[in-house]
Design a protein around this ligand. Structure first.
Ligand SMILES: N[C@@H](CCC[C@H](N)C(=O)O)C(=O)O
Length: 289
């Protein structure tokens, strides 16, 4: 392991990332080190750690780890950040980013906005995945609170490279997502756990969203949750297929295209600072005998 490991600190609408690059030097990937880097008290602090790797199929491969050290398939906000890095590297505005969930084409605008083709949503119960069969994933039988007067019920579920569960509510602020988010994340119906969101439709082309992220907790924004909520709102005919999604960290535009069913996510990215990982944060490899 190299002594000095360079990192970039980036964010998409306040959803923040430590970005490491295996193409420059060997980087740690064990869950303990990832969690130590992500720790906001003792590490650098972030929602996700992103590890860049070489690939022959796209401009870059991004591996995604949650703050708890778990590896996942998709992160919308980080994809915009990585697309911006790839555009600088490749000296062109159209780039392709490979993830564990597939290759995502992206367009980096001169205005600091990035449009990412997040692919086609997976809607079948076994693609979410759920551990029991549901014919209609727009509204599954799941509720929180008393049987005859549930506080929240009938969420939509979608997989956009990662699993999402979305409760549509009249008032986002009336519910304590920090309290029930971790419960729903770990419900046995979600064998791979789930990202949990509250969505409030405010017009036929706008919604407000708050997300409890699997493996990271409450975040200022979640790009894949915005895609999942937009698709679910359109499937329920609460909105059209193009919506502005307002998150605590700012707005994304999501367009679930009619012609090919792909989801286009448009939003900003930012590079906050660069540095090297402090000594002691990275688990030392044992010395050869
Ligand atoms: N912040 C992300 C999603 C990151 C992964 C998620 N927590 C999961 O476990 O699936 C985004 O912007 O999409």
């Amino acid at each position: 392991m190299a002594d000095q490991i360079h990192f970039r600190k980036m964010n998409g609408l306040g959803n923040d990332f430590v970005v490491l690059d295996t193409r420059v030097h060997d980087v740690p990937r064990d869950p303990e080190t990832i969690a130590a880097i992500a720790n906001r008290q003792t590490g650098i602090g972030c929602d996700q750690v992103i590890v860049l790797e070489p690939t022959s199929r796209a401009d870059m491969f991004m591996r995604i780890y949650n703050a708890d050290g778990s590896e996942v398939g998709a992160c919308g906000n980080a994809t915009r950040c990585v697309a911006a890095l790839a555009a600088v590297e490749q000296e062109r505005l159209s780039v392709r980013i490979e993830t564990a969930a597939g290759i995502l084409p992206a367009e980096v605008g001169a205005d600091g906005m990035v449009a990412v083709d997040m692919g086609v949503p997976r809607l079948r119960w076994d693609q979410i995945p759920l551990d029991e069969e549901f014919h209609d994933t727009k509204r599954i039988e799941l509720q929180l609170g008393p049987i005859d007067d549930p506080v929240l019920h009938s969420p939509a579920v979608v997989n956009v490279g990662n699993p999402h569960c979305i409760f549509f509510v009249d008032d986002l602020d009336a519910h304590d997502l920090g309290r029930f988010g971790p419960l729903v994340e770990n419900f046995p119906i979600f064998p791979e756990r789930a990202n949990v969101s509250l969505a409030q439709v405010t017009s036929d082309d706008a919604l407000k969203l708050r997300t409890w992220e699997r493996g990271a907790g409450l975040t200022k924004a979640c790009g894949t949750a915005a895609c999942a909520a937009a698709v679910s709102a359109a499937r329920r005919k609460l909105t059209g297929r193009t919506v502005k999604v307002s998150l605590p960290g700012g707005d994304l535009v999501i367009d679930w295209r009619e012609d090919d069913d792909h989801i286009l996510m448009i939003g900003p990215y930012a590079l906050d600072f660069e540095g090297t990982l402090p000594e002691g944060l990275v688990k030392q490899e044992s010395a050869p005998l």
